[in-house]
Design a protein around this ligand. Structure first.
Ligand code: 5GP
Ligand code: ZN
Length: 113
């Protein structure tokens, strides 16, 4: 999708510190990390938000979560990490292309702000 920063990263039109890529997804370090480890896990398909996902996306959504689990192991945070999906502006979503935040490496408080 034109003018979508995560589509551009997936298409390699914009640089990012990519740590994983396959046919379905790309994972890269967040530009503005909120934890010592902060990775974004993004489907190559442009889905604006979880509210914009459809039943055909169920397998893809599962792949994103499983990638998070594997990346957490690879990066040494498997014991304690948080997987966050902000849905909608009021929930903190600023990029309208669905993505999980994988965060770890520090004590993560609950509830989040
Ligand atoms: P949201 O606020 O939508 O849940 O998360 C968007 C995230 O994308 C933010 O944490 C922000 O720092 C990150 N981000 C925005 N633009 C870029 C970019 O061009 N490159 C990278 N690596 N991260 C970005
Ligand atoms: Zn997009």
């Amino acid at each position: 999708m034109a003018d979508c920063i995560f589509c551009k990263i997936a298409a390699k039109e914009t640089q990012a510190r990519v740590i994983r890529e396959d046919d379905d997804l790309v994972a890269f370090y967040d530009l503005n990390p909120q934890a010592p480890t902060h990775v974004l896990i993004v489907p190559k398909k442009h889905i604006p938000s979880l509210s914009g996902a459809c039943r055909q996306d169920i397998e893809l959504l599962g792949k994103l979560q499983y990638a998070a689990r594997e990346i957490a192991s690879e990066l040494g945070i498997a014991e304690a990490f948080r997987l966050v999906l902000n849905n909608g502006r009021k929930a903190g979503q600023s990029v309208d292309h669905i993505h999980y935040h994988l965060m770890g490496g520090r004590r993560l408080m609950w509830p989040p702000g």
